[in-house]
Design a protein around this ligand. Structure first.
Ligand SMILES: CC(C)(COP(=O)(O)OP(=O)(O)OC[C@H]1O[C@@H](n2cnc3c(N)ncnc32)[C@H](O)[C@@H]1OP(=O)(O)O)[C@@H](O)C(=O)NCCC(=O)NCCS
Length: 300
């Protein structure tokens, strides 16, 4: 049987997620990092599928899904959230075919920048992306610490916080902050996060001044986080780590761009450890990465 490539359907998403988890863990275990991924509800995939179905593709043979690709677009930025092939079918050209379909999505959307986050130890994915015109820009570290480790070292200034609400004024402010920091509005993604029960969003205030925003999830993970001035990064991350620790989660984690010195210093000062080195690749330079912490490799 030959492999067919077709648009993903809602009923494919659960299976695609288990394929992605097994492909990630196969890769991280082969490289000595141990397992990285676990199954989770496919809420963001479902959101993306409803929002813009052109970005989600499956590779199928004998009615078995062997590969999954998923991209989303905000303004002129196309982002490859996932590209995964079942470990026993890698090296057959499936990744190449899937990425060609998702790049058609970028073309159709008129996106001038193409972006993704991959594993810095995966030579195959990086080779594939470089050939498609996306180049390595900087590392991103997935870091974590136990709550006890973190709370043993509290110091540094913090900001006041209020919960993010889905009102027009807040959404406008969030969109403006993202335009300033990332160059694109992510208003639809803020709506998604604010309405996602497992995540809490906060306005960050430096006195009376709005400094940025931070999201914390039920598992103690921080991000996305953005600040409108570079000097605010350390206090914003300290504030977010406090909020995550107060939530009672046993581990606290974040995703820190190597280009953000203040956030990296803050995390190390609090005893956080690097778990996985990742890499941002893009077709051109963009963003103020000392002012933004991505949520994860799929959300950015
Ligand atoms: C990365 C991945 C999606 C690629 O899919 P695949 O079906 O195995 O890849 P393909 O067979 O289509 O192509 C791989 C290409 O990489 C090239 N490649 C392999 N090793 C390479 C290296 N060390 N340097 C440069 N290129 C390399 C191959 O030559 C091939 O290109 P070609 O067909 O033009 O010669 C798949 O291997 C995978 O799921 N890996 C684990 C998870 C992962 O890292 N996903 C990416 C997350 S962003």
């Amino acid at each position: 049987m030959s492999v067919i490539y077709r648009p993903a359907l809602a009923r494919d998403l659960e299976f695609a997620d288990s394929l992605v988890v097994s492909s990630i863990n196969n890769l991280t275990e082969r490289h000595g990092f141990g397992p990285m991924a676990a199954r989770s509800p496919t809420l963001f995939q479902q959101f993306s599928l409803k929002d813009d179905a052109d970005g989600l593709w499956v590779a199928e043979e004998d009615e078995r899904i062997l590969g999954f690709a998923w991209s989303w677009v905000c303004d002129d930025m196309w982002f490859l959230a996932q590209l995964f092939v079942s470990p026993d079918h890698q090296g057959r050209g499936i990744g190449n075919e899937l990425i060609a379909r998702t790049l058609d999505h970028a073309e159709k959307s008129g996106a001038s920048n193409r972006v993704l986050i991959t594993f810095s130890f995966n030579t195959v994915s990086q080779g594939l992306y470089i050939r498609q015109g996306m180049f390595p820009r900087f590392p991103i570290y997935s870091v974590s610490a136990s709550r006890e480790q973190l709370t043993g070292s509290w110091n540094g200034s913090r900001y006041d916080v209020t919960p993010l609400e889905e009102d027009a004024g807040t959404l406008r402010r969030l969109a403006e902050a993202d335009r300033r920091v990332l160059g694109v509005s992510r208003e639809k993604h803020h709506r998604y996060l604010i309405n996602n029960g497992g995540v809490r969003g906060f306005n960050l205030y430096d006195g009376n001044d709005w400094a940025g925003y931070a999201y914390i999830d039920a598992g103690g993970h921080v991000g996305p986080l953005a600040v409108i001035e570079p000097h605010a990064a350390a206090a914003a991350l300290t504030t977010a780590l406090h909020l995550a620790a107060e939530s009672g989660a046993s581990r606290i984690s974040a995703f820190l761009p190597g280009a953000g010195e203040a956030a990296l210093k803050t995390a190390m000062k609090h005893g956080m450890r690097i778990k996985f080195p990742m890499l941002l690749m893009s077709s051109r330079e963009f963003g103020n990465w000392a002012q933004y912490l991505p949520r994860n490799p799929g959300f950015m």
